[in-house]
Design a protein around this ligand. Structure first.
Ligand SMILES: [Zn+2]
Length: 206
């Protein structure tokens, strides 16, 4: 399988997004190098090759689609810098990745609006809604949390989150720390709302 780190276009895009993600969200977790970027499957992901090394998987459909390459690489760059020993992401990390991929540029005019209108998976809308609440307390919330409390967002505790962002309500804290796979709990409990998540994305995409 071709390693796209050897492709100057893709690796240039990736390194640019990585630098911007570090600038916005604080340093990358130490000792977790990305060894390869490949086209594989139909869900983009940042996966572990072993205990330390990571691989970014872009979808097969991104092969011929520069806009998808950008949106996927920028999103996965956030997982790369936040990733600890586990492969899970919490809603706080997913919201950070979604927001970054929607606000880092450049895309062709109107591309992000199209992506939102095609319909994003509901877990992204939930993550966006919660992230919107988080950054309304302070714009650099994630950088602040990561540099003051836990670089690995997967290891952040509710107490640390309360300490870093006192303005955040208890249920918002609990929701942000749910694993992405438990997004439905946030909806059932009334902690997040799909429509309000979609509205946040529309605003970010402007
Ligand atoms: Zn993600």
């Amino acid at each position: 399988m071709t390693n796209l780190l050897d492709d100057p276009m893709i690796s240039g895009l990736y390194r640019g997004y990585l630098a911007q993600a570090i600038n916005r969200f604080g340093p990358a977790v130490h000792g977790r190098p990305v060894r390869s970027i490949v086209y594989k499957g139909d869900i983009p992901e940042c996966t572990h090759l072993n205990e330390t090394d990571l691989e970014i998987r872009l979808t097969e459909s991104a092969r011929q689609n520069r806009q998808q390459q950008k949106i996927q690489l920028s999103h996965e760059a956030v997982h790369v810098i936040c990733r600890g020993p586990n492969t899970t992401a919490r809603l706080i990390e997913e919201g950070t990745a979604v927001h970054f991929s929607m606000t880092v540029r450049p895309y062709e005019a109107g591309y992000l609006k199209k992506v939102i209108d095609w319909g994003l998976p509901p877990q992204f809308l939930v993550a966006a809604d919660l992230y919107r609440k988080l950054i309304s307390t302070r714009r650099d919330a994630v950088k602040h949390i990561r540099t003051k409390q836990a670089l690995v967002l997967d290891e952040l505790t509710t107490d640390q989150l309360a300490d870093a962002i006192p303005a955040l309500g208890a249920t918002d804290r609990e929701a942000l720390l749910l694993p992405l796979s438990d997004w439905q709990i946030a909806v059932q409990q009334g902690w997040a709302d799909l429509e309000s998540g979609r509205a946040a994305l529309r605003q970010w995409a402007r």
